[in-house]
Every structure is written in C-alpha cells, then in structure tokens.
Write a protein that binds this ligand. Structure first.
Ligand code: 5GP
Ligand code: ZN
Length: 111
C-alpha cells in the first residue's frame, strides 16, 4: 500500500526496532512510547479497520492476539499488559493500517 508508514516498515524501507516477525505479522517498538513497554503488532497484509474483517482476517487477528499472549514472558509482560486498537478519527487513529498497541512494563492508569 503506497504511503502507508507501516507497510514501509514491514517492507524494511523505514527502520524499526523489531521484536518479533513471521510471515504474517510484525511486532516492533512504538516510536513514541506511552508506557515503559509500548509495542505495535501489525498484520503484514494492509487493511485499516476491524470493519473490514472477513473470516481470513479475523483468524489472522486471532493469531496476532495469541502470539502476543504466547510471547508475554519474552516481551516483559508477564505481570500484565493492555491491548488497544484505535479505530477512526475520534479514537485518535493516525495510521490507517490495523495495529494492536501493546502496553505494559508498569502499572497502567485506567479511566
Ligand atoms: P494510532 O494513533 O494510529 O493508534 O497509533 C499509531 C502509532 O504508531 C503511534 O503510537 C505512533 O507513535 C506510532 N508510529 C507512527 N509512526 C511510526 C514510525 O515511523 N515508527 C514506529 N515505530 N512507530 C510509529
Ligand atoms: Zn499498510
């Protein structure tokens, strides 16, 4: 997808601090961390919204969530973590490539 910053990161055209990669997803450090640990998990396939999920994309998102859970120890998240998916303008979604924020490494505020 042209002009998509996360597609460029996936393609290696923009550098990123990768912490996990396989053939269908990438996990890398957020450039402006909002918690001690702030990672982004993105599908390699470009799509922007949960509203676009079909059976195949839903299964992929499921595997992304499971991967985060499986890697929680290695990622420093064994004591807890928060996942956030911003959708659209009011949520402050700035990158139109679906991404799961992974936050942790400290007590996270709620409210
Ligand atoms: P959103 O606001 O769309 O939910 O989240 C986009 C996230 O992507 C933000 O937390 C922002 O800091 C992060 N981000 C934007 N550009 C880059 C980049 O070039 N590299 C990395 N690692 N993160 C980025
Ligand atoms: Zn993209």
């Amino acid at each position: 997808m042209e002009n998509c910053i996360f597609c460029k990161i996936i393609a290696g055209e923009i550098p990123s601090a990768k912490v996990y990669e396989d053939d269908e997803m990438l996990i890398f450090k957020d450039i402006q961390p909002k918690a001690k640990i702030h990672l982004l998990c993105v599908p390699k396939q470009h799509f922007a919204y949960l509203a676009e999920l079909d059976e195949e994309k839903s299964a992929l998102l499921g595997r992304m969530l499971k991967k985060v859970a499986d890697l929680r120890g290695e990622l420093g998240l064994a004591d807890g973590y928060r996942l956030v998916i911003n959708q659209g303008e009011l949520a402050g979604q700035t990158v139109r490539h679906l991404h799961v924020h992974i936050l942790g490494g400290e007590k996270l505020d709620w409210e």
